[in-house]
Ligand binder design. Structure first.
Ligand SMILES: [Cu+2]
Length: 125
């Protein structure tokens, strides 16, 4: 009983700080803000899905896009959005791609995909 109560207390204590901010252990972590991606090249292999954790550093008071960012891979028709000051981990299935370089970008803010800071390369091997 004591263990259960402690467990519940721990859950209640921890949850507000982790909800929406859980990063998968093996995920590739990229940070995004109005000044661009922390990583211009993200590597993946065709034999396993890319686990990517996107950390949105911006707050909701940005007039351009309200602080939201997204991760778009046009080649895959893939889009994931991350709310201001949140962290999301998602899985990208790259198995349909041939090895090579593919663009990714954020097109919510700052000139979108035409802004060099909002672009990167998905490198598939
Ligand atoms: Cu953005």
């Amino acid at each position: 009983m004591a263990v259960a109560v402690l467990g519940l207390a721990a859950t209640l204590f921890v949850r507000p700080f982790t909800r929406g901010n859980a990063a998968a252990e093996d995920a590739t972590v990229v940070r995004i803000s109005m000044s661009g991606w922390s990583q211009k090249v993200v590597e993946a292999t065709t034999d396993e899905p890319l686990q990517i954790t996107m950390v949105n550093l911006d707050n909701p008071f940005h007039t351009d896009g309200g602080g939201w960012h997204n991760f778009v891979v046009p080649e895959l028709d893939f889009e994931a959005r991350v709310a201001p000051e949140r962290t999301e981990t998602f899985s990208v299935d790259v198995s349909s791609l041939s090895p090579g370089d593919y663009p990714f970008y954020c097109d919510i803010c700052c000139g979108g995909k035409d802004n060099p800071f909002m672009q990167g390369t998905l490198r598939v091997s």
